[in-house]
Ligand binder design. Structure first.
Ligand code: AMP
Ligand code: MG
Length: 339
């Protein structure tokens, strides 16, 4: 998949996924969802809500736009931009996110770390695609010296976030997970909701016939195919993949998930990690962390905690921990269920 085709493939995938989830419109008219497409957080989001109103969809769209504006590191009006410029911001959303991000950083041994921002900037991720390049090694080690989640602290009883420049933070690894949680809260009173936030999915309630939702988990090697189908509800299904954002230089591919220990794109053998749990921020952050940690580390993390995983490795194995996942046969992958 070429970089310039990414958005259109994403759009096609989103449409396929939404149709799958909605049962291809087989329901009678009274059971049809209200739908809305939202362009935000650099992706195409498809919302489908059953037993809700246009106001519910509008509230959901407004919430997504609000979070996009608050959490985008490169938007000069955002709370994150203010934090990175001034080193201190009093903002309730950011304070909550930082506290939760730091907990997950500790849990993952720093594999997930929002202070990886200076390194992301050097690689050109987060900025315009034209600025992507392999950084100079000295610049990289200098940037790496400012990475470390311990420097992101809270004061004023947890209301103010502090991060002394030149350290900077990037919330791209959890923004969609946070949005997923917020939307599930807003739509809790509806009968059901399938919120596809650009490949990351949040599920509420049931289909009109009372059954669970069916989510297609995409094949990292081919966005038009899928690895299998997950039956679930009232959870977030968040996927991180090294195929999602990348550039090539001298025939080598460099992707956007950085190993904070090395400053280089993660090279763990895991090319895609899907985390399934009720907590959206946690699912989103852990998915990113699992790509950094590799299969062994990811499974050890899962053993010590309470989430489900679907991992794809660079040698075409799919390791999954949830019985509700049904592998797709005949696509070249070897599937391994891990209890
Ligand atoms: P996701 O698609 O959820 O895996 O998020 C990927 C995004 O998270 C990247 O585009 C970066 O903005 C950010 N990121 C990359 N590596 C890390 C990391 N090791 N820890 C935290 N955030 C990261
Ligand atoms: Mg993530």
């Amino acid at each position: 998949m070429k970089q310039k085709q990414a958005l259109s493939v994403l759009l096609i995938y989103s449409i396929i996924c939404t149709f799958l989830l909605a049962g291809c419109g087989k329901q009678p008219t009274a059971d049809e969802p209200l739908r809305r497409t939202v362009l935000a957080m650099d992706t195409v989001m498809n919302l489908a809500v059953y037993g809700g109103s246009e106001d519910d969809l509008q509230n959901a769209e407004d919430e997504i736009k609000l979070l996009d504006a608050a959490l985008a590191r490169t938007k000069p009006d955002s709370a994150v931009y203010a934090l990175n410029q001034t080193g201190s911001v009093r903002d309730a959303t950011l304070a909550e996110l930082c506290a939760r991000a730091n907990d997950i950083s500790a849990e993952t041994g720093g594999a997930f770390d929002v202070t990886v921002a200076p390194v992301l900037s050097l690689w050109g991720f987060g900025e315009n695609a034209e600025s992507r390049r392999v950084p100079d090694a000295d610049a990289l080690s200098e940037a790496l010296s400012h990475v470390g989640y311990e420097s992101l602290t809270l004061s004023d009883g947890g209301a103010t976030v502090n991060l002394a420049p030149p350290a900077r933070a990037d919330f791209g690894g959890i923004a969609k997970g946070y949005a997923a949680e917020k939307l599930l809260g807003l739509l809790e009173h509806t009968n059901g909701a399938v919120l596809d936030l650009g490949g990351d999915v949040a599920l509420h309630g049931t289909k009109p016939d009372g059954s669970k939702w069916r989510v297609a988990v995409k094949d990292p090697a081919d966005a038009g195919r899928y690895l299998g189908v997950l039956e679930a509800t009232d959870v977030c299904v968040m996927t991180s993949g090294v195929y999602e954002r990348y550039f090539e230089e001298n025939g080598v591919r460099y992707h956007h998930i950085i190993d904070p220990r090395t400053g280089y794109p993660a090279d763990s053998g895991v090319v895609s990690a899907t985390v399934i749990c009720a907590d959206g921020v946690r699912a989103d952050a852990l998915a990113t962390a699992c790509c950094v940690l590799g299969a062994e580390g990811a499974l050890a993390l899962r053993d010590a905690s309470d989430f489900d995983l679907i991992l794809v490795t660079d040698d075409a194995r799919v390791l999954y921990t949830c019985e509700e996942f049904t592998p797709e046969a005949g696509n070249g992958y070897t599937y391994e269920y891990i209890a």
